[in-house]
Design a binder for this molecule. Sequence first.
Ligand code: GLU
Length: 300
Amino acid sequence: MINQDLKALIHRLPSFSRTRFAPSPTGFLHLGHVTSALFVWLIAKVKDAEIVLRIEDHDQSRVRPHFTAQIIEDLNFLNLLPDHGNNLAKSSYIQSRHPERYHDALFPLQTYFCECSRKTIEGRIGSPSKATEIAYDGFCRHRGLTSGALRLFWDPEPIKFWDYRLGEFTHNPKQQCGDLLLREKNQNYTYQFSVVVDDFMENIDFIIRGADLLESTGRQLRLHEMMGNAAYPKVFHHPLVYAESGAKLSKRDLSESIQDWARKGLTSEQIVGKAAYLSGLWLREEPLSFEDLLHEYKSL
Ligand code: GLU
């Protein structure tokens, strides 16, 4: 049973040409990822846009190659395929294979080296409550260091943006994060930097991702501007299954990976049906192929 409100919302979205699905291979795909993938594939297909699969393995200390292989296999199993050809493994973009892209993107930016750890920053400005990020205080800005982590020298104004599901937001990156960390001491590029470089280089003009990433949006759009992408992407943050569907999702549901479900004999339709129900895209839990879901959402 289709969710008519979401259907109307998706049909009202502006047209766009490319979006992406960008999982980090730090674990196996679970139902939360599948709901995210369903939003990406569904919205893109309804709007006749292209989908890029990007494996965000920028954090080499946490990623494992077998997670990448399994993510690709799981998407194939669920019949969430790329636009070009039928081979997700061949058509996906894997960050760690393109270090020069991030290296080159640093050039136009004003940056400086920083040797502060979270602990030393907190020692100066006090520690926030556990989950809150800390805004860098600019301590190393003028120290002329020649090695360490790399930060962006910037003074961003607050930014207003429109989320196509949630409405208008104003973010103030200066207060949220201060000078953005672009590369860590161990040379890993950060998520905040690499995602903007990739979205810009790949001409992504519409971002569909979970509401857990909403807090990062203002700074990312400001970084797009700094890198010369004045027409930065439009954004749509979908609901998180574990936060917004309350009792529908048990801890066990989230800890089981897609391959666990598949090994137990669940079909691709049963998994898609579960994810579609949890995400609110479908109002009853029942087996459903992605093609059926798309058919219902695409029809006028
Ligand atoms: N790699 C991020 C994640 O798996 C998603 C990044 C994004 O969509 O901006 O949470």
